[in-house]
Design a protein around this ligand. Structure first.
Ligand SMILES: [Zn+2]
Length: 117
């Protein structure tokens, strides 16, 4: 994607977000996966994408850690508490967490779109 196409994409996302009253902040992603969102120290990615913080000793999935860093950089907010990464599946009905399909609809997470009648 060239710089003009990127600018058009960002502009289109900003315009659509404004329609719904959503604020947009552009955040540089550099270092968001390699630094702890809570302690801002360097972390290393281990097996299955888990990062371990050398300061706090806590573990986070690298995608969640990166998302928390982007949120903090953009809004200044750092989410505290028990965070749980959900798994999502895609089927003809859209995208949904596997937990919601299995528990709320009584569906089969292994066979998306299959629900008891
Ligand atoms: Zn940490």
């Amino acid at each position: 994607m060239n710089i003009w196409a990127y600018g058009e994409l960002v502009g289109a996302m900003e315009a659509k977000a404004r329609e719904y009253g959503i604020s947009v902040y552009e955040v540089l992603e550099r270092g968001t996966s390699s630094h702890c969102a809570y302690h801002e120290v360097e972390v290393r990615r281990g097996p299955r994408g888990v990062v371990t913080c050398p300061v706090g000793g806590h573990e986070l999935h690298s995608d969640l850690n990166g998302a928390l860093n982007i949120l903090r950089r953009g809004s200044g907010v750092l989410v505290e508490g028990n965070l749980k990464l959900l798994s999502f599946i895609v089927d003809h009905s859209g995208v949904a967490p596997t937990n919601s399909i299995a528990s709320k609809k009584g569906g089969n997470a292994q066979k998306p779109g299959t629900y008891p009648t």
